[in-house]
Design a protein around this ligand. Structure first.
Ligand code: 13P
Ligand code: SF4
Length: 320
């Protein structure tokens, strides 16, 4: 049983957190959306677990009054942009994203101004301010599909992830101007250690998220978003997978197919750097307190929200 480690009143009985969260869900008419990179116990109480596209679709279609977003800030912000009348709660307001931080609005505005006539396609891992300056938002599961729909003579800026941008360029044959951002987690993997691991498990398939750098991606048997990686492990005949993305995804892989083996791809340093330090700020206890206190709440200024909504809506309309 998960219980509170501290309560405001020291004489309070231990609280069954899972039961208390279920009660609050009824009371608030709340839905809990969780990304695959969340701690296993958070994934296990979520109403929906998904990748960024799946979570955006859920956020766009939910009937709940309150959305509890167990993920990072830009994800909760996207939910708020899609649902201005709903309250969007996040367990920890400091759950940011190195990729979103790598693209400050002022610098990006100047970058955009220096490339007139370019269509701006931004990865959903960016702030509402960057979305508001974009023409189309994409996620790792639809970036290739969306870029293929853009007329060949239309110049494109792709922001903020340079690794995903390069992967999309390789897949589509399109040249794009790339913002030089990246994710600290997906840049942590060591090619040398990956090859050593593969040599030790020659029958294993390497699967990787497109936020990884090219030296990792070139060894991958399959590349895709977190949902695509999860689905691939189900349909592949392989028995063992070396997984180059945040290790939280292994929980669903193990749950969906416990007879297969999943090995996290090794980071360069001896660290747990394949765990996103932002995603992992969220805990079951913080989910409980966010619902109990209805705080921290994520809000977006209305003018920014309206401008950011258009490219998100375009993405939802353009992707299957
Ligand atoms: P997806 O959810 O699109 O797979 O992206 C992974 C990620 O880095 C989210 O922050
Ligand atoms: Fe951002 Fe990378 Fe963490 Fe995803 S894994 S939230 S891209 S820092």
């Amino acid at each position: 049983m998960f219980t509170l480690s501290s309560t405001p009143n020291s004489d309070t009985q231990p609280l069954d957190l899972v039961a208390a969260i279920q009660d609050l869900k009824q009371e608030l008419n709340a839905v809990i959306l969780a990304h695959y990179y969340q701690e296993p116990e958070i994934q296990d109480i979520a109403d929906f677990i998904g990748d960024s596209l799946g979570l955006s679709r859920q956020a766009a279609s939910t009937n709940a009054d309150v959305i509890v977003f167990a993920g990072v800030h830009f994800m909760a912000e996207t939910a708020k942009i899609l649902n201005p009348a709903k309250q969007v709660l996040i367990p920890d307001l400091d759950a940011g994203c190195s990729l979103a931080d790598s693209c400050p609005p002022d610098a990006f505005a100047a970058f955009k101004a220096s490339h007139p006539g370019h269509l701006v396609i931004s990865y959903i891992n960016c702030t509402a301010d960057i979305k508001a300056m974009s023409d189309i938002i994409c996620t790792s599961s639809n970036a290739v599909e969306l870029v293929r729909q853009i007329p060949a003579d239309q110049p494109i800026i792709f922001a903020p992830d340079q690794n995903l941008g390069r992967y999309v360029m390789a897949q589509t044959g399109r040249d794009m101007v790339l913002w030089q951002g990246s994710c600290i987690v997906h840049e942590t993997f060591s090619e040398r250690k990956l090859l050593e691991l593969k040599a030790a498990h020659p029958a294993a398939e390497i699967i990787a998220h497109p936020e990884c750098e090219a030296p990792i991606l070139r060894h991958a048997d399959f590349i895709g978003s977190t949902t695509a990686l999860l689905n691939y492990t189900q349909r592949s005949n392989a028995d063992t997978f070396i997984v180059a993305t945040e290790s939280g995804i292994l929980h669903q892989m193990q749950k969906q197919n416990p007879n297969k083996h999943y090995i996290p791809a090794p980071p360069t340093a001896n660290c747990a750097c394949n765990e996103c330090p932002y995603m992992r700020l969220n805990t079951l206890e913080k989910v409980y307190w966010a619902m109990k206190r209805r705080s921290p709440e994520v809000t977006v200024p209305e003018l920014t929200r309206l401008a950011a909504l258009k490219p998100i809506q375009r993405m939802l309309d353009m992707s299957r």
